[in-house]
Write a new protein. Sequence first.
Length: 586
Amino acid sequence: MTFDNTLKRGTTLKSGTYAIRRVLGQGGFGITYEAEQVLLGKRVALKEFFMGDFCDRADDGRSVFVMKSRREDFKNQKKRFLNEARRMAKLSNPHLVPVHDLFEENDTAYYVMDFVEGESLSGLLKHSGRPFGEEYVTGILMQMLEALECIHHQQPTLCHLDIKPDNIMVTPKGKAMLIDFGASKYVSVTDESRSLRSSIAYTPGYAPVEQLSGVREDMGPWTDFYALGATLFNMLTGERPANPSVIISDRSSDKRYSIPLPSSLSERMRRLVLWMMSPDQIDRPQTEEEIHAFLGQGNEKHIAGGGVVYDDTDDSDEEDIDVEVISAGIASVEAKPAILPVFVKGVSFNMVKVQGGTFMMGATPEQGDDVWFDVKPAHQVTLSDYYIGETEVTQELWQAVMGENPSYFKGVKHPVECVSWDDCQEFIKKLNQLTGRNFRLPTEAEWEFAARGGTKSRHYKYSGSNNLDDVAWYWENSGDKRLSGEREPLMMKENNCKPHPVGQKSPNELGLYDMSGNVLEWCEDWYDEGYYEKSPSDNPCNTIKASDRVYRGGCWFSNAWDCRVSARDYWRPGRRGSILGLRLAL
């Protein structure tokens, strides 16, 4: 026997129909591979039944060897594996991964699915480093409700029974897919009820009390709704949901557990999470239609299953919602701005929502009396909502999209530089093809409003502070030691002045990094000295062709004077330099 439990790259199955390429993941009941459907040259996902606790790979590197004492268990669990594949093959929905083939070989079984390019919600949350915004969470919720409607309307009723962030994949275009039906059950069938208690799978924190007890008759769509509600909680807070050993259904109990939710959430979303995570199954939504109705109502009362009434009017200033459970505590969650995580070719980045508003653009008093003539006069501008990059575009993102890294100062987490405005347009075109979104460069009005902190602005001179060292890399602090006096390029070169990894300095009021330093950032507008005086007040962008494009923000080479949020400059759209990068807008 061999101690390598996975099939080797190049191993073929089903008479050469499939060829193994790499391992995607391994759990207690199976190994998932990326494989190729050889004749079609198509990538597929192939799952092999393999119980790691009492299986091994035989000496031929293919066959599965099972300990004699566990062969009956293996036989029973393989039957469940085959049933899992058959259940999935009956499902047809854009948010479920279709199964195309099922076969037995090498003393075990395999099924074949579409290959899904993307990352799990848990992975995205980890890479994001902060909770998701309500708008993004609502988008995931609506897609999962569509998937669950397909599952729950099977005859007999099918339940997933393992909904959690690990089992929701998100493609680069933002499409959510519910995966892993290993725990699924036809809950209205009782022929396996004797063995269900010992074999039912659940994930702590996402499984309600009826699933913990293993009583099939008590389970139904409401069981999946609890898990989906717990998933919403995880996305909105970044915290693991409560892990109760007992969920109190006796209302006389004095044990209460407080679930903290961000104060920035709408009352509707807060009550939805409470409703879906209700301890008693009868108090939860019973159908997808009830959830859609709840989300679609105005300020009317919604009567949930079991006659429990939730009023959408906000009659309390409290930021926590009480749910009756026994559990360890969960840390309170600070309200954060709405974040849209994006994943493409193994790289993730965050877009921050900027709530629209009206502001004074240009030479405002805190910018000083020595501003450039082309930021005068200060004038009122009104902008609609938009998203802007939390950081400058990194070299790893540029490399993933373009297949090359043009930067002079190399570093995967450093901002990409040596990119022209024209280069940025080609990058954005390819990024949009990969993600299905409409990324663009920000207008200079959008850039300045975001740099000033948007509607949360504290009217700083620089983006996030009046102390430039707190928020920016510029010529005095971007080298091996601090410089002062008059800036001299030779002195800066000897001091190894350069850009730094994004996000190391303090963010501004919106949670945006490096807007006053590190690299300069191209904007969408053509440059015109007099544009300030004649620009429209609503969502301005200079589209009149000229010789130069606008860039904004200071850089590692800049004087403090050039790092102010009002400062603007320009260059030919085809020019490149180690001081020029970009930040995305959406």
